[in-house]
Design a protein around this ligand. Structure first.
Ligand code: 9Z3
Length: 308
């Protein structure tokens, strides 16, 4: 297993500003933990797998980052500091509330002023309420944003961050909600330039990505609390696969979800129980978010873990 990892990291490119990003993570975690604030690394959004070195085409997946961005807000409310390792352009905490809006439609254009604008009264209350929570998170240094696009950038950053955060032991929570590709093409096998359609049908062979949970739990952060997510489309497979993951990697929690129902139903799987959490119809219509319950379940278990 170890050698698979060595091969993966050797055969893929280190992200730009890698050292700089890790320094920020180290500083952020150290300051918060020193102040008694537990730190959560959330991963969020999908990873891309380039098909060319000068990338025109890549493989991607469905994830838009709702789970990660929403969970970040509930974790901040639960007094955690959050490192938000997310796909560039995917949903972000706080900003997500306005993602479907055009910022220009939020601003009052009557009369047009040169220097300052106000938010239209139709949106003022919502902007004020989200802005307040965002400002608190920023000014108290509780939210650090870090970005990736490709699978390789994601895994290099996760490894680097996990080795740093692992030193803080049980006070660190890993919440691995990103949708990570299982397949990739090593740099040495990537065509340098855009693949030409004039050369006919395209056959590509993808290599397996080594399972990053194994070194994360066994080597990089063995004393921390790790939550992974298991996504399936076939309901019959969900709990057996989640249990298998716990057995294989020996971490604390797997949150299982089915693609189509992921926003209203999940299952929390631990060594001792499977707990199904489902939003009622009333909760759905009142705008309740399932991440509120997921974070309650996870923080409760993490608190008990820290107390031990
Ligand atoms: C999840 O299962 C997340 O809950 C979703 C969230 C990706 C479904 P959205 O971003 O979706 O809110 O649209 N994440 C984990 C997916 C994954 O890659 N899991 C691996 C697997 O299932 C294990 S690490 O094998």
């Amino acid at each position: 297993m170890a050698s698979e990892w060595v091969t993966f990291f050797k055969s893929t490119k280190i992200p730009d500003n890698f050292d700089d990003q890790l320094l920020k993570i180290k500083d952020f975690a150290a300051k918060n933990i020193e102040n008694g604030v537990p730190v959560c690394l959330i991963t969020s959004g999908g990873t891309t797998v380039p098909l060319e070195s000068h990338t025109v085409r890549y493989l991607d997946n469905f994830s838009v980052g709702t789970r990660g961005a929403t969970s970040a807000e509930y974790l901040l409310s639960a007094d955690y500091a959050v490192i938000f390792l997310h796909r560039r352009g995917s949903l972000e905490p706080f900003r997500r509330h306005f993602q479907h809006l055009n910022i220009l439609d939020l601003l009052d254009d009557s009369p047009i002023l040169n220097v300052s604008f106000s938010v239209k009264s139709t949106h003022a209350e919502q902007v004020a309420s989200v802005l307040k929570k965002y400002s608190v998170a920023k000014s108290s240094n509780r939210l650090l944003m870090t970005e990736f696009t490709t699978l390789a950038e994601y895994l290099h950053l996760l490894k680097g961050a996990a080795r740093i955060l692992g030193d803080f032991g049980p006070k660190v929570l890993f919440y691995l909600a990103a949708a990570v590709s299982d397949f990739y093409i090593p740099s040495s096998q990537l065509p340098e330039h855009k693949i030409q359609s004039s050369e006919g049908a395209l056959n590509i062979q993808l290599q397996m990505v080594p399972k990053m949970l194994r070194p994360l739990v066994a080597e990089w952060a063995p004393r921390s609390f790790t939550v992974s997510f298991k996504l399936e489309t076939d309901e019959k497979l969900l709990i057996p696969k989640a249990k298998q993951a716990l057995k294989n990697y020996n971490h604390q929690v797997v949150v299982g979800n089915i693609l189509e129902t992921r926003k209203k139903q999940i299952v929390i799987v631990t060594q001792s129980e499977d707990k199904c959490v489902r939003l009622s119809e009333e909760e759905i219509s009142s705008g309740k978010e399932i991440e509120d319950y997921i974070i309650q379940e996870i923080t409760h278990r993490h608190q008990m873990f820290m107390a031990k």
